[in-house]
Design a protein around this ligand. Structure first.
Ligand code: F6P
Ligand code: MN
Length: 332
């Protein structure tokens, strides 16, 4: 119900499945708490000395920002003791993160990007946290990386939180998409955007145009047609946006439609895309599909990909269905 607190919404959902133990509800509630703690640190910014680089690199060879490290630590510390997880995987950690022996283990695995769009931190633009929940294989006390390598169709839930003018949480448990706004005075996420649906009609695209010369022909053709608009055979003119925070782009698409792409490019043969399957592409594809949109690499549905490593990168083309299908058709 519009205006419900997240906890109440989750318990309401839980009651719909007779076999639910409440573990999943508790896990989502703990994730919400972790995101509130991260939102607080992002908001404090320079006041808490949180801006700037940390002086370290992650496995992707990217310079970590202080807030990347803070958000990662907060997320891990908030979830490792809860008893709902069997292991975690973070974009910022080379290896999977085991649950410390002192704590109980649960039946879920979580993959997360603690602070997406971190190039925007120091310039006060929207950043966010993305997460994907999978089931741990039964009877496995100490999950390995291989246990995480499940296709996106196996996700039990996915969501993201954006730290912008307001702090928002978008969530799917495979039964539509709901958006919650953080009420700071009360300290709770409130259901403000029930049953989010991606508008089918769109005339907005998001892509980093500076990579144009590295794209493949089908993507060049699609963007070229958008740029030419009515003068080039499309029925309308297009508008462009590029926030460089996937969380903000996906939120915009959920709200007013559009297409987002980080397509295959030839800059680096070891990176067949920029975005990471487990922490970015899969959770966002689950959300987008649940909101009536589509998501593809251009050649295949993202949620069907059998992952080959937790840090695997893939091309991503997602958003309003008709536009994504058009790009896919150009790849055929
Ligand atoms: O985490 C990857 C990310 O920051 C996304 O949030 C964003 O869409 C993209 O990278 C921005 O890439 P670029 O710096 O090439 O614009
Ligand atoms: Mn990211």
């Amino acid at each position: 119900m519009n205006g419900d607190y997240l906890t109440r919404f989750l318990i309401h959902e839980q009651r719909k499945s007779p076999n639910a133990t409440g573990e999943f509800t508790m896990l989502l509630s703990d994730i919400a708490t972790a995101c509130k703690a991260i939102a607080h640190e992002v908001n404090r910014g320079a006041l808490a000395g949180n801006l700037g680089i940390a002086g370290s690199e992650n496995i992707q060879g990217e310079a970590q920002k202080k807030l990347d490290v803070i958000a990662n630590d907060l997320f891990i510390r908030s979830l490792e003791w809860t008893g709902h997880l069997a292991a975690m995987a973070s974009e910022e950690n080379d290896e999977i993160i085991p649950i410390p022996p002192a704590h109980a283990k649960g039946k879920y695995l979580i993959c997360f990007d603690p602070l997406d769009g971190s190039s925007n931190i120091d310039i006060n633009l929207t950043v966010g946290t993305i997460f994907s929940i999978l089931r741990a294989p039964e009877g496995r006390d100490n999950p390995t990386e291989a246990d995480f390598l499940q296709p996106g169709t196996q996700q039990v839930a996915a969501g993201f939180c954006t730290y912008g003018p307001t702090t928002l949480m978008v969530l799917t448990t495979g039964n539509g998409v709901n958006g919650f706004t953080l009420d700071r005075d009360v300290g709770e996420f409130v259901l403000t955007h029930p049953n989010m649906r991606i508008p089918e009609e769109t005339s907005e695209f998001a892509v980093n145009m500076s990579n144009q010369r590295y794209w493949e022909e089908p993507v060049r053709r699609y963007i070229d047609e958008c740029l030419k608009g009515k003068d080039g055979g499309r029925e309308k003119n297009f508008n462009m946006r590029w926030v460089a925070s996937m969380v903000a782009e996906v939120y915009r698409i959920l709200t007013r439609g559009g297409i987002f792409m980080y397509p295959y490019d030839t800059r680096d043969v070891n990176k067949p895309g920029r975005l990471r399957l487990m922490y970015e592409a899969n959770p966002m594809s689950f959300i987008v599909e649940q909101a009536g949109g589509a998501s593809s690499t251009g050649r295949r549905r993202i949620l069907d990909i059998e992952p080959n490593g937790i840090h695997q990168r893939v091309p991503v083309i997602l958003g309003s269905k008709a536009e994504v299908e058009r790009v896919v058709s150009y790849h055929r």
